[in-house]
Design a protein around this ligand. Structure first.
Ligand code: PHE
Length: 369
């Protein structure tokens, strides 16, 4: 054992591949020199090794079951019984020593990889948080709730009505009998069985009069349907907001006052409007309130059909026949009604130049609101 210590510097092992005794050497000397050479060669391989994969290959080659160290220990058979005990201890020492060296190198690779990964995953914890992703309101919904607030503050009740309507509520009760040419003004989707998709929110006027009775202030926002060719300014489905006020001695002046209040609340700036006579069987007199097109500033564009004006607010004083259908005595009560184009209003307010975008479900469009 003392002799081995001399060779291996007090337990520092040296390894070698060749185990055949050199000429004139004892088996013990040859094994010792094989171990010494092996240590030197494994050490320099370890130092030169660049990747964990290469390290593993060297480890298998040196320490594996059929590796170089195993080869050396196989040749222990050539030793005497006494020599074998010392040599076995020495082999174990060398084995432990090399295992420690491999483990250290392996740990160094792991540390390097971790440091690299951490550098890539670096986050600035002082940055403000992103916050949760939230859905938004549709532009028509935004406008609708704003207008509901305005009218609620003026004492109006918000009513709802069915989208599938009876012919009676959509037409007859609104002074549009079956043979009336005004039926052609609104292209209708008919259901089998005689009902229809409401072409306007006006049927809620009739339901409102019957439900609430006079005096009455109501609005009814909702979805309406027309069997129309679709283009930049026409959709088969769009939104209106119906309004009705019934009291004693209601005049066109009241109507204009409420319409002006409505528009100034919605636009919060001066918009040019014009009032012209308009025909609707359920009002008399009837008006069309147009606003100057806010898309083109009145120059003419596809939205205003090149006219510079957009029909926004048809209105008028409620026809006596409609009051009668609602169970209200026209000799005692009168009122005004209007049918605001909510979809058009949203387009004007947000500068949307194609009505088809509103129902497209396109998130690039919807995310802007
Ligand atoms: N219902 C009418 C339409 O959709 C609009 C309107 C409502 C006109 C109320 C006058 C009064 O065309």
């Amino acid at each position: 054992m003392r002799e081995m210590d001399r060779h291996f510097g007090g337990g520092r092992a040296t390894l070698h591949l060749r185990v055949t005794p050199l000429t004139g050497m004892t088996s013990l000397e040859s094994m010792e020199s094989a171990l010494k050479e092996m240590e030197t060669s494994a050490k320099s391989q370890l130092d030169a090794c660049k990747t964990p994969e290469a390290l593993e290959a060297i480890r298998v080659d040196v320490l594996g079951r059929k590796g170089r160290l195993a080869q050396v220990s196989k040749s222990m058979g050539q030793l005497t019984h006494e020599q074998r005990g010392g040599m076995g201890k020495l082999l174990n020492q060398v084995k432990e020593l090399l295992e420690t060296a491999f483990d250290a190198r392996h740990a160094a690779f792991t540390r390097e990889a971790m440091a690299k990964r951490l550098a890539g995953e670096w986050v600035d914890l002082t940055l403000p948080a992103k916050g949760p992703l939230r859905g938004g309101l549709h532009p028509v919904t935004i406008i609708q709730s704003e207008i509901e607030d305005v009218f609620r503050s003026l004492g109006f009740t918000v009513l709802d009505g069915p989208e599938v309507e009876t012919e009676y509520h959509n037409f007859d009760a609104l002074n549009i009998p079956a043979d009336h040419p005004a039926r052609d003004m609104q292209d209708t989707f008919w259901m089998t069985g005689g009902n229809l998709l409401r072409t306007h929110t006006s049927p809620v006027q009739v339901r409102g009069m019957k439900k609430l009775g006079p005096p009455l202030r109501m609005i009814a926002p909702g979805r309406v349907f027309r069997n129309e060719e679709v283009d930049a300014s026409h959709e088969h489905t769009f939104y209106q907001l119906e309004g009705m006020m019934i009291d004693r001695d209601v005049s066109v002046a009241h109507l204009i006052y409420f319409m002006k209040t409505l528009l100034s609340e919605v636009f919060r700036r001066d918009v040019t409007v014009r009032l012209r006579p308009g025909y609707f069987p359920f009002v008399e007199p009837g008006f069309e309130l147009d606003i100057e097109c806010l898309i083109c500033g009145g120059k003419g564009c596809p939205v205003c059909k090149q006219s510079g004006w957009v029909e926004l607010l048809p209105c008028g004083l409620v026809h006596p026949n409609v009051l009668r259908q609602g169970g209200i005595d026209p000799d005692e009560w009168n009122g005004f009604a209007f049918g605001l184009g909510l979809t058009r209003l949203a387009m004007m307010r947000y500068g949307i130049d194609d009505i088809r975008l509103l129902m497209s479900g396109d998130l690039r469009f919807l995310n802007q609101f």
